[in-house]
Design a binder for this molecule. Structure first.
Ligand SMILES: *Cc1c(COP(=O)(O)O)cnc(C)c1O
Length: 420
């Protein structure tokens, strides 16, 4: 005989009892069913919590990696009300406008290009440039630049998909202008463009040689430089103190165009500090060839991304690096971080090293300050309602404050206090 206590609880009742998890009722019902089926009705909340944890949510980045691929690269704040915009309307003429022209024009202005268009990411930008300028033709690339960038962007594979033919020149460690020249003038080849790809996430050191951008600019075919990270100007006029030392030799958009590149491509969410996007900038005629290609329609971003990128471009044009979260964090002084670490009132203030991350500037470390607590406490911190992502060094858990917004310091204090 079964007593009421032995009977499985009603699925619906159990689902309602965990309503505070905040998921839609049908998802809670699914969690309740799974828990009952497993003979553990009490586990419904944990199952629902797990479901909730698989939805996107804000996290606090205490890792010190400024462009953390797992945490969405550059943090970017942009809000838009549920309103129509002039996405494809020219307000001056009342005619149909181009979504490619708005944020693109501002980006072009910000990096000194004649024109620019925006697509979904830098991989898409490279794909569109190759398709638009070299479909069925040869693209000359140095063997030292046939790279794979995190997340599966492999230059030879993108080339393959674009319809362009890869023409490798030089060797893994040394390539000269003469190698490119030979390929371009060879009557057996049909060279559409010369492509330079920045070795974003690795370096070849030792017995090496590679032509500078300026040396490849007059070969008689357009030079395209995939600079990757989106550093707009090597002088960093948006930073009061000028360029930080750790930027070292990172190629910049303005200087690469000045050196003679016909087009450059870069990401929106690396050193540019904007939303995920890819920018194609340079000569107006070459940009137009890309914009006209049928693939452009498939690669175009939506209004939210274009709005966010426009806000980023306007911050650069105002030379206001503090308005760009990446640059605000990257340029925070060690003194300011030390003061914050001491003010937390929990954990031991500790010197540490931040890194740019995002597949940029390998090996670069930026002196930083955080707090440490003993042992590996990462999973407890990660399992909080507002997850705090930390790193373990020498048996201590470290929260690097460079990548934590100062407004979140109280939450860091709460998280660390809750540990003991
Ligand atoms: C990061 C990077 C890419 C890929 O950029 P996504 O925006 O992630 O698509 C392509 N080329 C270079 C040189 C890069 O550094």
């Amino acid at each position: 005989m079964t007593t009421p206590a032995d009977r499985p609880p009603s699925v619906d009742k159990l689902a309602r009892s965990i309503a505070d998890v905040g998921l839609p009722h049908p998802m809670l019902v699914e969690a309740a069913r799974a828990a009952i089926a497993a003979g553990d009705p009490g586990g419904a909340r944990r199952i629902a919590d797990d479901m909730a944890r698989r939805t996107l949510r804000p996290v606090i980045n205490g890792t010190g990696t400024l462009l953390h691929t797992n945490l969405g690269r550059a943090p970017m704040g942009f809000e838009q009300a549920a309103t129509y915009t002039n996405l494809e309307l020219d307000l001056t003429t009342g005619e149909r406008g181009s979504r490619m022209a708005t944020a693109g024009a501002l980006m072009a202005r910000a990096c000194g290009a004649e024109a620019a268009i925006v697509v979904n990411n830098c991989a898409a930008a490279v794909l569109l440039v190759l398709a638009g300028l070299a479909d069925g033709r040869d693209v000359v690339v140095s063997r030292s630049e046939l790279v794979e960038i995190g997340g599966g962007f492999r230059v030879p594979e993108v080339m393959d998909r674009s319809g362009a033919r890869l023409l490798e020149v030089g060797t893994t460690n040394r390539t000269r202008r003469a190698d490119f020249e030979k390929a371009v003038v060879d009557p057996d080849n049909d060279v559409g463009i010369v492509l330079q790809v920045h070795q974003s996430n690795y370096r070849i050191i030792g017995f090496t040689e590679a032509p500078r951008t300026a040396e490849l600019a007059d070969l008689g075919v357009p030079l395209v430089a995939d600079i990757g990270s989106g550093l707009l100007d090597s002088r960093c006029p948006w930073l009061e103190g000028g360029p930080p030392g750790w930027l070292a030799d990172e190629p910049a958009a303005r200087q690469t165009l000045d050196a003679g590149a016909g087009l450059i491509t870069f990401s929106g969410d690396k050193l540019l500090g904007g939303p995920q996007a890819g920018i194609i900038a340079g000569r107006a005629d070459l940009v137009a060839l890309c914009a006209r290609h049928p693939l452009a329609r498939a690669l175009r971003p939506g209004g939210l991304v274009l709005g966010a990128l426009q806000a980023t471009a306007l911050a650069y044009l105002a030379e206001d690096g503090q308005a760009i979260p990446f640059w605000r964090m990257a340029s925070a002084s060690v003194d300011a971080l030390t003061a914050r670490a001491e003010a937390l009132g929990v954990g031991v203030p500790t010197d540490t090293q931040s890194t740019p991350g995002g597949g940029t500037l390998p090996g670069v470390e930026i002196p930083s300050v955080g707090v440490r607590v003993g042992g590996d406490r990462r999973s407890e911190l990660r399992n909080r309602e507002r997850p705090l992502i930390a790193r373990v060094v020498d048996g201590n858990t470290i929260i690097d404050l460079r990548t934590v917004h100062a407004d979140d310091d109280t939450e860091v204090t709460a998280a660390l206090t809750a540990l003991d």
